[in-house]
Ligand binder design. Structure first.
Ligand code: FEO
Length: 401
């Protein structure tokens, strides 16, 4: 039987690790899985913080029963977020604990009905409301659009623990440890950036508002819904999310190319070499046909510069590059430098679409020249590519954060 893990004397982790799901939200790769964190507060009144994806319910129930055996009553289920990776077991929990009150805000209540047909036994809370469990007094703070409209966090004023839902969370299952001091945090910080860029990053402005609320708290621990529990220095993960959601980037360039027969790659190789010759240490090259989009988006979020090269395919942008551009437009990145180049053989198309991408996404400052090549780059074309690389390097080094 699975056992709960003690977080404090009266708070327990009752989540689960999912290493079977290949794609989070059906989109984002999970090479090392994902954890769905959920918590039990065992006080005079008992409270659960969120449920778990329905496929992982047995983990949750076994851990819960290890602390509260024989079906001891649960008084409250606090629903901080309704995305089904956390809410997916609400209906089953309600059947197991029919007297359990479900706690959520106005938007949560609408979603409880829409997802699960649950309309009764609900306690509505507003920003700043307090729920008294006995020793623990919980307060709620709404953080709309981080990353759904009903998102909220729960703060335990007694133990100074913040249950932060998706905020400050990351990908990767929890491998043995659950706390930051038990885990390889280089791996988890990289997976947290990937989670942020893939899931939360579009909502950078609401994330900034949420961080402003959190800054006022006396914090001993952050317990997110994914990834490690932060108890060594909880402000470190807040600072990382703060940096990423301010679009503060590191000096470096991601070069992405889409190429059928290597001619566009020839161009981006020249640009990558020029970036290096002009002092850019971190140059990350991705083949759009083969690199995983989740990792490309992570790298692009991290670095200040992006170069995109694409061949033309059936008069349009090469499909893997088009998919990337559409994804990046959705993420609404800001404060970055972009260089573009394209090739064609019998009909133009790719470069014009990349120019449109640059014009329609205000967050990118376009470096000159945009280079367009017919079939195979000439020495003159490669000279223009090197010039583009040099200009991107210069703009990155001069760009204010
Ligand atoms: Fe982890 Fe937005 O659900």
């Amino acid at each position: 039987m699975q056992k709960a893990i003690k977080v404090t004397d009266s708070i327990y982790w009752i989540g689960g690790n999912d290493r079977e799901t290949d794609l989070f939200e059906g989109l984002w790769s999970l090479p090392r899985g994902v954890a769905y964190n959920a918590y039990l507060i065992n006080d005079e009144k008992t409270a659960l913080i969120d449920t778990i994806k329905s496929a992982n319910l047995s983990d949750y129930i076994e851990r819960l029963n290890s602390i509260l055996p024989n079906g001891k009553q649960i008084d409250y289920l606090i629903v901080d977020h309704m995305e089904p990776d956390h809410s997916g077991s609400i209906r089953m929990l309600r059947q197991l604990y029919p007297n359990m009150k479900i706690v959520g805000n106005k938007k949560t209540i609408e979603m409880l009905d829409a997802f699960y047909g649950i309309t009764d036994g609900i306690v509505e809370v507003k920003d700043g409301d307090v729920l008294d469990l006995g020793r623990h007094k919980l307060t709620f703070a709404l953080i709309p659009m981080v990353h759904w409209p009903e998102s909220m966090v729960t703060y335990d004023t007694t133990e100074k623990v913040l249950f932060s839902t998706d905020a400050f969370g990351g990908f990767s299952a929890l491998e043995g440890g659950i706390f930051d001091d038990e885990l390889d945090m280089a791996h988890y910080e990289s997976e947290t950036l990937r989670y942020f860029a893939n899931i939360v990053g579009r909502y950078a402005a609401p994330t900034q508002k949420a961080i402003a609320k959190v800054r006022g708290l006396d914090l001993k621990m952050i317990c997110p819904a994914h990834g490690p529990i932060h108890r060594t220095n909880p402000w470190h993960i807040v600072d990382l999310y703060d940096k990423w959601s301010r679009h503060e980037t590191e000096e470096g360039v991601v070069v992405v190319y889409g190429s059928m027969y290597g001619n566009t790659k020839f161009m981006t190789d020249a640009i990558a070499r020029s970036l290096s010759e002009n002092g850019i240490q971190d140059v990350i090259v991705h083949d759009a046909s083969r690199s995983n989009i989740s990792f490309m988006v992570r790298d692009i979020w991290k670095y200040r510069g992006l170069v995109i090269g694409s061949c033309t395919y059936n008069t349009e942008l090469y499909p893997p590059v088009a998919h990337l551009c559409r994804t990046l437009a959705n993420k609404m990145m800001k404060n970055r430098v972009l260089g573009i180049c394209g090739s064609y053989s019998w009909s133009k198309g790719a470069l014009a679409e990349l120019q449109l991408f640059a014009e329609q996404n205000g967050g990118w400052e376009l470096a000159e020249p945009s280079v367009e090549v017919k079939s195979c780059p000439t020495d003159n074309d490669l000279g223009l590519c090197r010039q583009l690389g040099a200009n991107v390097a210069k703009m990155i080094k001069n760009k204010q954060q």
